[in-house]
Design a protein. Sequence first.
Length: 218
Amino acid sequence: MERKECFGSIQEVVSGDDMTMIQATFGCRECLQFRECLQFAKDQEELRKQNMIAKSIDLSEIHSNEIGACLLEILSRIYNSPLGSALFNTLLLFYEVPRDALSFILSIPFSASTLKVINGGEEEFPEDGFTLRIVVIQRQFPGLRKANMGFIAHEVARALASDQSGMKQILDVLSDAEAAKFQKMDVRLRTNWLIKKWGFQDEVEAFQKEAEHPEEKK
């Protein structure tokens, strides 16, 4: 089914307690094709999620099967969460470096006009641009899947919570009430809030325990 051309707008946004709600213009609510348009939007969103996950995995530099498996599950859970669509303007890349050091993050914003030049004008990009976020993984926990997942998920959440473009992406998919709460948080609280929304509390706790007390093996 092809959505008809109109001036309506319909999307799902995140409200409290991980619930989603539909936002639509008045014209959409009165339209007989409301359900078809909503389903069309959901199908397009699912295709974009799968495409973004595939791009992240294909373009990342990962050397161990353990980290690769963790990344695939992490990205799947993030994109399938109520906040998954917030990452559509971000390409997450991961570089696994064999060093026992803390990770760091690079965020590189591109304007829509720059992206059109790079891509030869063959693809449409959001007017507010696109951000390449690179998470360099310099610390691993061999054999500890939950700790590795918690570590990576924490870094992804911190990447989005620590700059204005990341905040805007999150705010765009929140209801007004949730957006007001999110804006009042500091970086640490925003990071923890995202971790909870994505469902990685147990994994992050496992990472923090191992990072603080590496000698305490399970």
